[in-house]
Structure formats: C-alpha cells, structure tokens
Design a protein around this ligand. Structure first.
Ligand code: CTP
Length: 428
C-alpha cells in the first residue's frame, strides 16, 4: 500500500497534468480489428487503464490472448462471464471513455437498436461517458443509406462517429471506409476526455486550412524554409472534419502527417503556390484559416541547376530576396472586394516573442489589427515552445472581446477551442 501511495506522489510530481483514464476499447469483427492493437498500445503507453471488449466476431481476426496481453486486463465477449462482478453494467459505469474501433455496419445498427446481446452492446447501453464510434467497412456499406441513417441517429444522440479515412480497403478497391490511424483515433478520444466533445454542426460548410511551412527554392536542392510541423493545421482539419464540414488542407512540407479523416489535401511548395491555392479554395469557403508558417521573402531567382561551392561562392553568400505576398491580408482584401463570401470567417495565427518594447500578447494585438482578420490565435514561441511540439497554448483574439486564454493541451484541444470561438461568430 505504501509503495502505491509513493508511486502516486512521484507520478504527480513528474507528470502533473495526466491522471490515468479508464478507457474501454470495443473491437468489432472486421479486418481492421488488428489495428485496434495499436490503439490499445497507444493508451497503455500513455498510462491509461484499458479494458478491451471485443465482439465474438472480432476474435476471428485477433485472439483474446493478444488483447489481454496488450491491455493487462481480462477479456470477455459475453455478459455471462464474471457474473458475480456484474460486469455487463460495471464496465460501462467505470469507463471515462468508450471507443469502438473498428465499428462494423452491423455493430452500428445494433447500437442504434439499443441491443444488449453481448458485453460490448451492454457496455454501450450503460455508458454515460463520451462514446466514440470509429467505423471501418467497405465504401458501399458505409455509403448505404441504412448505415448513413444509423450514423446520423447515433450523432443525434450525442455519440461521436468519426469520419472514416479514404484509401485502400481490404481488396483492390479504394474509397471512404478505412480505419483512421491509431494516433488520430487516440487524439480524438483524448480531446473528448479533456471535455471537448465533438459537435456535428458544420454539415454543408466548407473550411479551408493552410498548414505546415512554405519552401522557397534557391536551386533544385536548396530552399529557404521554417520549422513548422503542420500539426496545428492538421489538428484543426481533424476537428472541423468531425464537425461535418467539407475540409480542404492546403499543406506545405507535411508529408509525414496522416491525412485527417474526410479532408482533402492540396500540397504546395512556395508562398506563391500557397497563395494561388488559398485564393481558389477560399472562393466558396465559409471559414478560412491561415495556420501555415509563411516565408516573408523568397530568392529573387532560383538557379535551375545546383549551385556549386567553388563556382558560385558569391551567389551562395549573397542571395537577393524579394518580398512575398501577405496571403492573409490578401484574403481579407478579397472579401472586401466581393471575391469571397461576404460572411466568410477568416482566421490568422501569430507566433510572437516578447522584447523590451512589449510582450507577445501586445505584438499579437497589433498584428490582429494589421491583418484585419476576424479571429487571431496568438502563441508565444521560443524556448522549445510550439513549433514541432505536440501541444500548444496562447490567446484567441476577436473583435470587441477580451483576449481569451487558451487552455493548454494537445494541438487538437487547442483546435477545438479555436473552432468553438469561430463557431460563435459563424453565420448559421
Ligand atoms: N501570413 C500570410 N502571408 C505571409 C506571412 C504570414 O498569410 N506572407 C499569415 C500567417 O499564416 C499567419 C499570419 O499571417 O496566419 C501571421 O504570420 P506571421 O509570420 O506571424 O506574420 P507576419 O505578417 O510575417 O509578421 P511579422 O513577421 O512581422 O511578425
């Protein structure tokens, strides 16, 4: 007992933010059941307690021993195991989150009907915690009106149904229906656990988000770039997509990040390419977010072949730069000129450092006025903060409202707060 207490105290000192959560992972009988193993691993490695509740069909794909070994907890599929512990209600009552991944069309139909014919369905009926359903099935089954109606019913009841990813399915076919990556699912579950429940209220809205960093060519192998990882823009895309919006990500140097479920990605290199893509995509958008780190300057001309050290010393040591367009300001001007929807909400970012003349927030306020956008997410950068990190914090600035302090958390938690602020000014 003494040891338990001591380790808890140490745990609190070293990791103040994180309390272990009780996460129930439901697994249904589809080929993607093997990917649930990565999800379980993701939660246990983060220190969470995981209870796996597979359906009988799931055990055709992955054995109970695998789930027991990965979770460190017993596995059963039926309400008739451990009857003395009343587990058909206890598992659901004790859960902080229930995530069903993969969820088959059949499981979704059973959830809609409120069946309690196995331990997973009984658990879902009892659970009052966030329930996240992650469908995986062939495109035809996903698009079938029966499944779509069932999904709409679950969403209406407050259950989160994650958009499936596009891509290669079990056979040779591709389309929507793939299980998103384990990390994407885990991030969404954590966002819900942090109190940011998914809404599905942006159906019919188009959201355009720039993400990552621009690269300005010096020659075919060298470029001027920046350290932006693109994670914040991708997190915004994920949350906007879960809200039901059509999401376009205009992304620079983000190839290593998984595509958010349901989003369309347009890859760009330079600032000029980014500007063209943003102007095209923004024309019919309801929300435009400039989360990309944009290079303010580019080389006046890029060499067509690689510059050699001996041969072009002078060219390499003195690069003539020309100013890039300010894309965010240009979008605000385009709205004023009637080229965008007149009620489009335009969001900018500001990564600031303080100095002897002002702190990061002062500079962010000045930038907000200068850019003319409707919302500005301001971060303080430097000292290892923000760029490439998995979490973020700062202030959200809006017109005629005091700066809103952003609760620290993952980039998805920050994204949920930014989009909640956008939602407040979004015309219905
Ligand atoms: N931005 C843009 N086009 C640029 C530079 C920046 O659209 N050429 C956008 C960024 O995507 C971000 C916001 O403007 O949403 C602020 O970017 P930041 O680099 O902080 O601003 P700058 O205008 O470059 O100001 P400064 O470098 O003076 O801080």
């Amino acid at each position: 007992m003494g040891i338990v207490k001591r380790s808890r105290i140490i745990g609190r000192v070293t990791d103040q933010a994180k309390q272990p959560s009780n996460i129930v992972v439901g697994v249904c009988g589809g080929i993607a059941a093997y990917k649930a193993c990565h999800l379980i691993r993701n939660f246990t490695e983060a220190g969470d307690n995981v209870r796996v509740v597979p359906t009988q069909a799931a055990l055709n794909f992955v054995g109970a021993a695998t789930f027991e070994a990965l979770s460190g907890n017993p596995v059963s599929t039926t309400v008739f195991d451990a009857v003395d512990e009343v587990q058909h209600v206890r598992v659901g009552q004790e859960a902080d989150a229930l995530v069903i991944a993969p969820a088959t069309a059949d499981a979704i139909a059973r959830l809609v009907a409120g069946r309690a014919d196995d331990l997973l369905m009984a658990t879902a009926l009892v659970a009052t915690c966030p329930v996240i359903v992650v469908p995986a099935m062939h495109t035809e089954m996903w698009l079938n009106p029966a499944t779509q109606d069932n999904v709409a019913t679950l969403r209406r009841r407050g259950i989160t149904v994650m958009e499936p990813a596009h891509g290669r399915l079990t056979g040779k076919d591709t389309g929507p229906g793939r299980l998103p990556d384990a990390e994407q699912i885990a991030e969404l579950v954590r966002t819900e656990l942090a109190g940011y429940r998914s809404q599905h209220d942006w159906v019919g809205k188009k959201v355009v988000i720039s993400a990552g960093g621009t690269q300005e060519d010096m020659d075919p192998v060298r470029y001027i770039g920046n350290r932006s990882s693109g994670r914040q823009g991708f997190a915004l895309a994920e949350i906007a997509s879960q809200r039901g919006a059509e999401v376009v990500l205009v992304a620079g140097n983000t190839e290593q990040l998984p595509t958010p479920s349901g989003a369309r990605v347009r890859n760009i290199g330079s600032t000029v390419e980014l500007e063209t893509a943003m102007q095209e995509e923004a024309a019919d958008a309801d929300i435009v977010i400039m989360a990309a780190a944009v290079s303010d300057y580019r080389p006046a001309k890029a060499a067509t072949s690689k510059m050699k050290k001996g041969q072009a010393d002078e060219e390499l040591s003195r690069i003539e730069l020309v100013e890039n367009p300010d894309i965010l300001r240009g979008l605000v001007d385009a709205r004023e000129a009637g080229k965008l929807k007149d009620d489009v909400v335009i969001v900018g970012f500001a990564a600031e450092t303080g100095d002897e003349n002002g702190d990061a927030l002062d500079y962010a306020k000045q930038k907000f006025v200068r850019k003319g956008c409707d919302v500005l997410m301001a971060n303080e950068v430097g000292k290892g903060k923000v760029f490439g990190q998995k979490s973020n914090e700062g202030w959200i600035l809006r017109k005629d409202v005091e700066p809103q302090v952003v609760e620290s958390g993952s980039k998805q938690v920050v994204a949920a707060q930014i989009l909640a602020a956008v939602n407040e000014i979004l015309p219905s």
